[in-house]
Design a protein around this ligand. Sequence first.
Ligand SMILES: Cc1ncc(COP(=O)(O)O)c(C=O)c1O
Length: 352
Amino acid sequence: MSKFWSKVVHGLTPYTPGEQVQMPGLVKLNTNENPYGPSPKAIAAMQEAAGDGLRKYSDPSNAVLKDAVARRFGLAREQVFVGNSSDEVLAHTFHALLRHDLPLLTPDISYSFYPTYCSLYGIEAVHVPLNERFEIDVADYAQPCGAIILANPNAPTGIALPLAQIEALLAAHPDQVVVIDEAYVDFGAQSAAALLGRYDNLLVIQTLSKSRSLAGLRVGFALGHPDLIAGLERVKNSFNCYPLGQVQQAGAVAALDDVAYMAQTSQAIIASRAWLTAQMQALGFEVLPSQANFIFTRHPRHDGAQLAAALRERAILVRHFKAARIDQFLRITIGTDEECAKLVDALKGILS
Ligand SMILES: Cc1ncc(COP(=O)(O)O)c(C=O)c1O
């Protein structure tokens, strides 16, 4: 608290990320990091880019990286925006596209950074409750609004919305921007990018942090109509013209082009998710159907916060949210098979 802070800063509740602790032998299943590491081609490209060329500023138009994203999705460069993480892309999106006279609609249980951006940019939001199965019901969004944002698959539930439902939402709101945050889409959900040719109100946001295992590189992107992208560029160029460095862009391009590596590692995570889900159910846990690289689970007879604390004592970190409706749940990242097995063994000990 300081008398020098602006009114906005006084009113902020900053986002609290999952812990990044260093502990020998730690099984870290709390921040949805990918256990398999980035594509070796991405590492090689970054090593090559780390040279004398760094004395120059990076390309402010990010042309090479935008073209790599465009190639991946069959789009034009003008339909692509890139940023330093999808959190940054989201921040510019809230600033550029989601502040209107009518409120923003977003699920009551979703990525907890959204309310932080709303408070930072003075956006009024209506939190639309998930149904009793913790699903988004698009019929609940049939109300006056300035814009809509949702995560698909949703976080922290992991539940995905079928493409037909997203299309229904887009068709019902032709005059509002609908943002689909697809941080986890590559683990089994359908991308709304397929709808971009038909809907000028659609903005799809993705990250290289999850399926490309580059959380530490900080690269995210948005796909949409060139007019939406131009709005994001205006905000970006009023904030930082060079948010992405050369090494970062080189690594991101190589990771995007290594489609086979991403597919193979994502398939491994999907297989481990099925195994872990079955093991948790055998221990009496309810596991929501996940299309993400994590599961969201609760036990009918054991408190969520206590389970998280007991796992922590055994050097296993999972995420627990002290929030209404979900405070009995644990969000558990899918780790390697060995890490998943350690988690199951620890839970067996705790529950016995
Ligand atoms: C739903 C969702 N969107 C966006 C992000 C941000 O990803 P990043 O900033 O690493 O690109 C996350 C991170 O966990 C997330 O869960």
